[in-house]
Design a protein around this ligand. Structure first.
Ligand code: F6R
Length: 580
């Protein structure tokens, strides 16, 4: 999703902005641009495609803003790339989010003689600021935010003004504090190289940044106090460590992540009659595993809701419900909106979040951090396993079985390491299948959410069409897809539904479908009905999802790599989905 960077200080802004944008590349984007003030003139360099392309020109000056765009309104192009200038070239703006009333504003501005240079919703902001400016930039921004409906974080600079001014309503924004220099970004990863001291800007706040001063105001113009936080992220954590892709590095970090996530402690009361889990994508599949676990272990009913659906369906929320948001980024717009809705209805909200101090983490009544560390690959891997571990811990905690379960969970780290040693054999299987255009994934019970996650991993990074079904659903329709050309990944560990899943695999074989089985080591019977077998280590039945995660990720990874896909930045995808 879009990224913002801003700099004011004594250094040349050009390289700082471009480097900052490179740190934001992982969020997913289609175009990039920077604007720098050079002797009271605003200079712009913006391009379709990679941040790298900005390096062909060098702008001069010590105040600037930059942006990576992920198209929402207007196709990816040079013309639609940020930053945007006003008509007199005095103001320049970068924006994340969506201005919902932009058509209305555009119409009004057009009537007043403004000509637009892009098809975006964002451009209205710069023209409004220009119109609202009467000698004070912050005042112009204050007036402008009153006219905007939607979600945004934007930053503006003026050709003859020694300040960055930014506003936030719904999209993340963080100020980085330096010595005689200050920074602004949509994400701390763009700041860690320069400073560890940050201020998180809240919704409905405007921030005014000089090189030696930061002031924050509410949308009425009243000055506000702020807290300086120290972040403990390490830039090295965000490097590839010799792996070909961040995704592979992050897959191999999972034993450590499991070890870390096991340390999570809960302070939550145990009085809830019902739990509703809200999340999106991979996080929602972790949530589905959570449902099976909490219902089975703690016997509390759990409803799983896709956050984007939940927020608009007038959901029934009771005061004694616990609403759990699961999110890696902590910025997902739909998950955030679901939490806000639950709070309005008086329910207790709880977050399982990876990014510390992110918006959802700050919005919920209570939060635990899932401890995966910074996840750079767009496809979620180690964050997923950390969410799973956290949900195991939560289920046992709610059932008052934490102590015994911790011992069981601690035994899992070497098992995850063993599962990772399957890497080379999985690569060989990938070599056999990477040219196929369609895949089916099946699993029953706790393995069903894993089938969903496996199929999602494959489609998002390899662009292969993949569908996941509960194995028992096959004969209600999807079995029509089975043919020699459509392989099935069948998740069939030795659990209580083993024989049932086996029967489904038999049905696929009877229709000449190719089957890659994920089965428990020592399972000889599975050989008769599988074309390939990925043998996973044996664990207690309830823990299979943690082990199965690994081969599913590796299979998707190797297939995508053989297809030479842009694994860490798959097309059309964004790491942090801050618009709905
Ligand atoms: C898939 C993936 C997405 C995210 C989803 C939610 O690999 O990464 O499906 O899981 O966009 O994101 P978070 O967890 O940041 O709320």
């Amino acid at each position: 999703m879009c990224g913002i960077i801003g700099y004011i200080g004594d250094k040349e802004a050009n390289d700082i902005l471009i480097k900052g944008l490179e740190q934001l590349e992982y969020r997913g984007y289609d175009s990039a641009g920077i604007a720098i003030i050079d002797n009271n003139q605003i200079r712009i360099n913006k391009v379709l495609g990679r941040v790298q392309n900005l390096k062909q020109r060098k702008l001069i000056g010590n105040i600037g803003i930059g942006h990576t765009r992920w198209a929402t309104h207007g196709k990816p192009s040079d013309r639609n790339a940020h930053p945007f200038l006003d008509q007199r070239n005095n103001f320049v703006v970068v924006h994340n989010g969506i201005i919902e009333n932009y058509l209305e504003l555009k119409e009004k501005l057009r009537k007043e003689g403004i000509t637009f240079t892009s098809d975006t919703d964002s451009e209205v902001i710069v023209h409004l600021i220009s119109q609202n400016y009467h000698g004070n930039l912050k005042e112009a921004v204050l007036k402008t935010v009153k006219e905007l409906i939607g979600s945004y974080a934007f930053c503006v600079i003026k050709n003859d003004w020694q300040e960055l001014v930014a506003a936030r309503n719904g999209s993340p924004l963080v100020v980085g504090l330096g010595k005689d220099e200050n920074f602004l970004a949509s994400d701390v990863s763009a700041l860690v190289e320069h400073t560890r001291d940050v201020i998180y800007v809240n919704d409905f706040e405007i921030v005014k940044i000089k090189k030696d001063q930061v002031k924050i105001y509410d949308f009425e113009g009243n000055k506000k106090d702020y807290n300086i936080r120290t972040i403990d992220w390490d830039l090295e954590q965000a490097q590839k460590d010799g792996y070909k892709h961040f995704m592979l590095k992050e897959i191999f970090e999972q034993p450590k992540v499991v070890e870390e996530s096991i340390k999570i402690k809960f302070g939550l009361k145990k009085e809830y009659s019902r739990i509703i889990i809200v999340a999106c994508g991979t996080a929602s599949y972790a949530g589905l595993v959570g449902k099976y676990l909490i219902e089975r272990i703690a016997r509390i009913p759990v409803i799983n809701e896709t956050a984007s659906e939940f927020r608009y369906k007038d959901p029934i929320i009771n005061k004694n419900d616990l609403i759990i948001a699961i999110s890696q980024s902590g910025e997902t717009a739909d998950t955030l909106a679901a939490i806000k809705l639950a709070k309005e209805k008086g329910a207790k909200t709880f977050g399982l979040i990876n990014v510390i101090d992110s918006t959802i983490a700050r919005e919920v009544d209570d939060v635990v951090y899932t401890r995966a560390g910074p996840e750079i690959g767009v496809a979620s891997t180690k964050a997923f396993i950390s969410q799973l571990v956290t949900l195991y811990k939560l289920a046992f905690y709610l059932a008052n079985k934490d102590t015994e379960s911790d011992d069981q969970l601690k035994r899992l780290k070497p098992i995850i390491i063993e599962a990772l040693s399957l890497n080379e054999s999985i690569k060989k299987i990938a070599e056999q299948y990477y040219t196929h255009s369609n895949f089916l994934y099946i699993g029953r019970n706790l393995s069903f959410p894993l089938a969903l996650e496996g199929a999602l991993k494959l489609k998002e990074i390899s662009y292969i069409h993949a569908e996941a079904y509960p194995a028992g659903e096959l004969k209600h329709g999807p079995i029509a897809l089975v043919s020699e050309e459509t392989p099935t990944v069948a998740i069939c560990p030795q659990d209580q539904v083993y024989d049932k899943t086996r029967n489904n695999i038999e049905e696929i074989k009877a229709r000449l479908g190719k089957v890659i089985s994920i089965a428990t080591i020592g399972d000889e019977r599975i050989k008769e009905i599988s074309d390939n077998i990925i043998y996973i280590p044996k664990v207690e039945e309830i823990f299979y999802p943690l082990v199965i995660t690994i081969p599913l990720q590796l299979l998707a990874y190797h297939i995508a790599d053989l297809r030479e896909c842009d694994i860490d930045k798959p097309r059309n995808l964004a790491k942090s989905v801050t618009v709905e």
